[in-house]
Design a protein around this ligand. Structure first.
Ligand SMILES: [Zn+2]
Length: 138
């Protein structure tokens, strides 16, 4: 197994917050990319948080980011191999109307992409026991 993958799993177990562990559990076991939404002020947080960053309420609901939310490509670039990404050929900022702007790996090559393209979320396996997300062309 890639040492970086072991490091990522162990770091999540030892140093991850309750919200980040639940986020990764939902990714891996439920195959669901999730954000949290405040039950009091409706502010949405990604990455998920157990307290609302806007009003500090702990009345939080988990919401799944689905293809129906009509995500689009807001910006994109390339970078060399990074800690969190399996093959970070392209990373981007994805605009999701119900969620906001989130950073994500993007499947495909730079030549395939244009700003404003429709995207869909995917859950990918990094290794046994750990999954991550990316967006691909819808
Ligand atoms: Zn709130």
């Amino acid at each position: 197994m890639n040492p970086m993958e072991v490091f990522t799993s162990q770091a999540l177990d030892q140093f991850g917050s309750q919200a980040s562990r639940e986020f990764h559990r939902r990714l891996h076991e439920d195959r669901a990319l999730c954000a949290t939404r405040c039950g009091d002020c409706a502010d949405t947080a990604f990455p998920p948080r157990l307290h609302c960053p806007k009003c500090m309420s702990s009345n939080i609901d988990w919401i799944e980011i689905t293809e129906d939310m009509q995500a689009t490509l807001y910006a994109f670039t390339t970078q060399s191999r990074g800690l969190r990404f399996t093959h970070p050929d392209v990373i981007g900022i994805v605009e999701i109307p119900e969620v906001g702007l989130i950073i994500s790996p993007i499947a495909g090559t730079l030549a395939d992409l244009e700003l404003g393209q429709a995207l869909k979320p995917e859950v990918i396996d990094i290794h046994e026991g750990l999954s991550f997300y990316r967006f691909s062309l819808a």
